[in-house]
Each structure stands twice: as structure tokens, then as C-alpha cells.
Design a binder for this molecule. Structure first.
Ligand SMILES: Nc1ncnc2c1ncn2[C@@H]1O[C@H](COP(=O)(O)OS(=O)(=O)O)[C@@H](OP(=O)(O)O)[C@H]1O
Ligand SMILES: Nc1ncnc2c1ncn2[C@@H]1O[C@H](COP(=O)(O)OP(=O)(O)O)[C@@H](O)[C@H]1O
Length: 228
């Protein structure tokens, strides 16, 4: 792949690497891809993604899991986490919150990291609310333009808001309803459901294990796991 045409600055030039993606995928006996979970807070993204990760690992696949709460500790930390070490100006510039532009940058960074993993032949699972269709579409474009069509597998974890709010494992819905958290997805901020995800998980009355099996079967059927 040659990205020099997309560079804005001529002094920054794309450098092809000597071990190709195909070499790495042959070695791993799998196809690098991004399995992108999206849905409301509490819909089950982390639980199902962890179950998929474990099942794939048991099948001998090489995987990684990027999970919202963890990524917001470091790569996409908020201003509060950055101030002590980097100072207020840096924290203000690079720290991310939950406004629309902050979420856009959050998803852009994660998309770029996911692309790096997928290009190394790794089955990359991501679990982010990612409420905006345009942000997810941009990641899809990146993954598929650097890799191949079908490398971006969007998984809509479709759990009704009422169920998520009943679960409320972190007490965030309660705080959002009380006005203590602003821009809370589903309460005071939008969630744009994917119109045509590769996998639409209707979670009602299904266990995380059963839902994870649906995803593993999709990956097997679509040639991501060459050894099985
Ligand atoms: N305002 C607001 N809206 C939504 N979610 C919030 C908010 N504030 C904090 N949280 C907690 O942060 C987790 C979502 O982070 P993400 O990085 O996945 O969000 S996003 O993709 O940028 O929209 C989300 O994690 P999950 O519950 O695992 O989805 C919440 O625990
Ligand atoms: N299919 C399911 N059925 C019942 N409970 C579930 C299911 N999936 C997740 N849960 C529970 O819902 C809560 C939120 O799940 P979690 O994976 O943390 O959601 P998210 O990552 O989308 O915020 C957890 O307590 C989890 O055990």
C-alpha cells in the first residue's frame, strides 16, 4: 500500500514495510479485521466482546480487545487525567470528553489504532458507544481502504434503552437523569443506530455466550479463521 498521495506535507512520506500483511496473515492462519461493537452504555458491548475474545483465543486465534472505559484511561484520557502530568493547556487541547467533537476524535484515534492491529493480521475487537454514524463510517472507510472490503464488521448490540437503564451497572443513567452528567447517550445525547450492520444482535432473552457464538460463526463463515 502506498499512502504518499494522501499526505498533505511532501516531507512526510509513506514507507512500505518489508514484511507484508499477507505474510503475517499466512503465519497466523487468519485474516486481520476489525469487529466494531456499537450500542448504548450498558447494552452488553464489553461482556459480549470479552466472550468473543475468549472463544477466538480458545480456537487459537490472535486477537486484541480495545474497550471504551480502558482506552479513556490513556490513549483517549479526559482533561482531568492529563492535567497533573502535562499541565492545563495540554489537557485542554488533547483531553477528550463526551461532546460530539470529542467523541469524533475518540473514534478517529481508536479507528487508527484498530487499523494498525488489523494490518498486522490481528482480529481486533472494539467496544465503544460510537453513537455517530459518520464517525463509524470513517473508520469503515479507513479499514477497508487500507485493507479489503469485509475487513470492517459492524456489530450493533441492540438492547432497548429501558433495559440498559434498568441494568445501570455504573449508576450513570441515574446520574444522567438527575442532570449530574451532561451529554449522556440515550438520555441527553443522540444514538444513531447503524442502518445496515454486518451483525445485528437483538439481545433480548439471549445470553452473552449465545450472542458471542453468532459473531464467532460469522467470522468463521467469512474466512477470518483459516485454521478452523
Ligand atoms: N456522557 C456519556 N455518554 C456515554 N457514556 C459515558 C458518558 N460519560 C461517561 N460515559 C462512560 O464512558 C463510556 C463510553 O465511552 P466511549 O469511549 O465508548 O464513548 S464514545 O464512543 O466516544 O461515544 C461508557 O462506557 P460503557 O457503559 O461501557 O458503554 C460510560 O461508562
Ligand atoms: N445478553 C445479556 N443478558 C443479560 N445481561 C447482560 C447481557 N449482556 C450484558 N449483560 C449485563 O449488562 C451489564 C452491562 O454490560 P456491559 O458489557 O458492561 O455493557 P457495555 O459495555 O455496553 O456498557 C453487565 O452487568 C452485564 O453483565
Amino acid at each position: 500500500m502506498n499512502e504518499s498521495s494522501s499526505n498533505q506535507r511532501p516531507e512526510v512520506v509513506w514507507h512500505d514495510q518489508s514484511v507484508s500483511r499477507e505474510d503475517r496473515e499466512r503465519q497466523l492462519a487468519q485474516r486481520g479485521c476489525v469487529v466494531w461493537f456499537t450500542g448504548l452504555s450498558g447494552c452488553g458491548k464489553s461482556t459480549i466482546a470479552n466472550a468473543v475474545d475468549r472463544k477466538l483465543s480458545e480456537l487459537g486465534a490472535v486477537t486484541t480487545l480495545l474497550d471504551g472505559d480502558n482506552i479513556r484511561h490513556h490513549l483517549c484520557a479526559g482533561p482531568d487525567r492529563l492535567t497533573a502530568e502535562h499541565g492545563p493547556e495540554f489537557a485542554e487541547r488533547f483531553g477528550l470528553g463526551f461532546g460530539a467533537i470529542d467523541r469524533e476524535e475518540n473514534i478517529r484515534r481508536i479507528g487508527a489504532v484498530a487499523e494498525l492491529f488489523a494490518s498486522t493480521g490481528i482480529i481486533t475487537l472494539t467496544a465503544f458507544v460510537s453513537p455517530y454514524a459518520r464517525d463509524r463510517q470513517r473508520v469503515r472507510q479507513l479499514i477497508e481502504s487500507v485493507g479489503r472490503g469485509g475487513d470492517f464488521v459492524e456489530v450493533f448490540v441492540d438492547t432497548p434503552l429501558e433495559t440498559c437503564e434498568q441494568r445501570d451497572p455504573k449508576g450513570l443513567y441515574k446520574k444522567a437523569r438527575a442532570g449530574e452528567i451532561q451529554n449522556f447517550t440515550g438520555i441527553s445525547d443522540p444514538y444513531e443506530a447503524p442502518p445496515s450492520p454486518e451483525i445485528h444482535l437483538q439481545t433480548a432473552d439471549k445470553s452473552p455466550e449465545a450472542l458471542a457464538d453468532e459473531i464467532v460463526n460469522y467470522l468463521k463463515q467469512n474466512g477470518m479463521l483459516i485454521r478452523t
